[in-house]
Design a protein around this ligand. Structure first.
Ligand SMILES: *[C@@H]1O[C@H](CO)[C@@H](O)[C@H](O)[C@H]1NC(C)=O
Ligand SMILES: *[C@@H]1O[C@H](CO)[C@@H](O)[C@H](O)[C@H]1NC(C)=O
Length: 249
């Protein structure tokens, strides 16, 4: 009994010192349109980070990637009830769930969060940049454009594609070459399915967004820096007064 318990403890220590082992099964439903027939169901088995066997509903069979995986893929592919169960998961697991996703999530657009900031020039002889970023929007299609004094800017712009965040949302960025000129007004205009009207972000050259935060933190620091010594002086004087009362008698 005692040795059995010890065995378990030793096992735990081994697991921890070896940073652990992980056996995992990951089921994916891949779909590229709202046509539910197009769904591909992938059922993968991993040991640590190595995928060793995978069921693919398009192929309708298992494939192995290590000796162990190849051996078992061969066994499972000959067993009708295993293959039927996997194909059944295309309906049970994928199509049923994706129907819910489409009706409740993917059909409702999500507004982008828009941020405008300046970025230093990439090198000394290049102009600095204004960067307009749209974050966490859905669906993917978005337009970012620049206006200077009400005129659409067509040159000096580089934009990224919409980048998938990996959680249904997207982000996109647009850079404008920027030479500050007095009195000009620069705006980034965002058009997206979630917005009734285009969203306009105006550039405020006096206060770039991130520096506003820094100034606020600096101001708090300054005020604290003044208040704390002041309290110290008042306390010191109050103490002194207390001391004076006793000593002047
Ligand atoms: C699944 O199998 C199909 C057809 O063999 C192939 O085109 C597709 O790339 C496979 N998918 C994955 C994720 O392995
Ligand atoms: C097929 O797999 C099922 C589930 O693992 C098992 O119960 C059954 O005995 C297997 N059939 C054959 C012929 O190996």
């Amino acid at each position: 009994m005692v040795s059995g318990l010890l065995g378990v403890s030793l096992l735990f220590i081994t697991v921890f010192t070896a940073d652990g082992f992980l056996y995992a099964r990951v089921q994916h439903c891949r779909f590229y349109s709202s046509e539910l027939q197009d769904i591909e169901y992938i059922d993968s088995y991993y040991y640590n980070k190595l995928e060793f066997i995978r069921f693919n509903s398009s192929a309708g069979t298992f494939a192995g990637f290590t000796d162990l995986g190849i051996k078992n893929a061969h066994r499972w592919n000959r067993n009708r009830s295993i293959l039927d169960a996997e194909m059944g998961d295309v309906q049970r697991f994928c199509r049923n769930n994706v129907k819910v996703w489409f009706s409740s999530v993917l059909s409702s657009p999500v507004r982008p969060t828009v941020r405008l900031h300046s970025a230093p020039a990439p090198s000394a002889n290049q102009p600095s940049m204004l960067v307009c970023s749209a974050y966490s929007f859905y669906p993917q299609q978005i337009t970012l454009s620049w206006f200077r004094d009400g005129q659409k800017v067509t040159t000096g712009i580089t934009s990224t594609d919409q980048l998938a965040d990996g959680d249904w949302y997207y982000q996109a960025h647009s850079n404008l070459e920027y030479m500050p000129r007095a009195g000009e007004k620069i705006s980034c205009v965002v058009e997206h399915a979630s917005l009734r009207e285009p969203l306009v972000a105006d550039w405020d050259p006096a206060m770039p967004g991130s520096e506003k935060g820094l100034i606020a933190i600096g101001a708090c620091g300054l005020i604290l820096g003044l208040v704390v010594p002041l309290c110290g002086i008042l306390y010191y004087r109050w103490q002194l007064r207390g001391w004076d009362l006793v000593s002047t008698d």
